[in-house]
Design a protein around this ligand. Structure first.
Ligand code: MG
Length: 315
């Protein structure tokens, strides 16, 4: 048995602990088998995280495990899907058992928190990279797309923005002030908005999770829907306890993993109290193209939507 097969054994308890009824067959065969309940659609997505690109070098492996799964599941939340299972392709520079055990502990915590089971995986040698494919289900035809926003719809987000960007300057600080710990949590332990996404099925006209910044991600909705929007600067939530992200960080910072949704305004008061309370209305969809920001002094600014993270951008 090779060293990587031995490492693979560390994942087996994870698959057992997180077993889900939708997974008929987990790791150990040529493929896993998932049963999609009658009247449901399978929703799936793949995400790759590369060391030094998507997470810092020497990043804590337990935090990496949580973050990798949270980020992947966040895409399911954005579709209004219920998470079911995931596969993990792990590329490691060496077979460091302690490091992998810590990674598994982070994955385990996140798997249990989000109700998503490890269904299979693969380990190879190379530069540290994690690829996660997540599978979820939605009732037939109810996946929330980016393309459904209509003029007059409200634009809302599920929580404060810019926290992960504001945390960046504290990542290397061994003793950051306690006031910034909500910012650091936002970076290290993002929580996908699964329940809100699920409860917005049939209500939200469009949704996206904010991974690349509000302007860029809302920009994707506007483009897919063929509409524009205006936002009210003062309405964009960015407080984390006593810490606050800047407007710039809230608009252009990535890694927040809140949802940005659009919904017809009559739908808002019809939502259950806890769902409507979790939505912060920040603007409105307009038929004229362009994303505009209204400042408290009345000034109107045209935002650039293309400033989100782009791996292939050349300066
Ligand atoms: Mg996404």
């Amino acid at each position: 048995m090779g060293e990587f097969e031995l490492i693979g054994r560390l994942f087996r308890p994870l698959a057992e602990i997180t077993r889900q009824e939708g997974v008929l067959l987990g790791p150990g065969d040529d493929c896993a088998i998932q049963r999609v309940p009658a009247g449901h659609d399978l929703v799936f997505s793949v995400d790759t995280l590369v060391e030094g690109v998507h997470f810092p070098g020497q990043y804590d492996p337990a935090r990496l495990g949580w973050r990798a799964l949270a980020v992947a599941v966040s895409d399911l939340a954005a579709m209004g899907a219920d998470p079911v299972c995931y596969t993990l392709a792990l590329t490691l520079p060496d077979a460091d058992e302690a490091w992998v055990a810590a990674l598994v502990s982070g994955l385990r915590e996140a798997s249990l928190a989000f109700g998503v089971a490890l269904a299979g995986g693969d380990i190879t040698r190379g530069p540290l990279t994690l690829t996660l494919q997540v599978h979820g289900v939605v009732p037939e035809g109810q996946g929330i797309l980016r393309s459904g926003a209509r003029p007059g719809d409200l634009v809302a987000v599920t929580g404060p923005l810019g926290g992960a960007a504001a945390a960046l300057e504290w990542l290397d600080d061994p003793q950051p002030p306690s006031s910034v710990s909500p910012l650091l949590d936002c970076y290290h332990r993002p929580v996908p908005k699964i329940d809100t996404g699920r409860r917005l099925r049939g209500v939200a006209s469009a949704a996206i999770d904010i991974s690349d910044g509000l302007a860029a991600d809302l920009g994707h909705i506007l483009e897919a829907s063929g509409v524009g929007a205006w936002l009210e600067a003062a309405a964009i939530p960015r407080r984390y306890g006593i810490a606050e992200a800047s407007l710039e960080q809230a608009l252009y910072g990535g890694d927040d993993y809140q949802l940005c949704v659009t919904l017809p305004s009559p739908a808002l008061p019809m939502l259950p109290g806890d769902v409507s309370k979790s939505l912060h209305v920040i603007g409105e969809i307009r038929s004229a193209e362009g994303l505009y920001l209204q400042h408290p002094d009345g000034a109107r600014e045209l935002l650039t939507t293309g400033t989100g993270y782009d791996h292939f951008k050349t300066e």
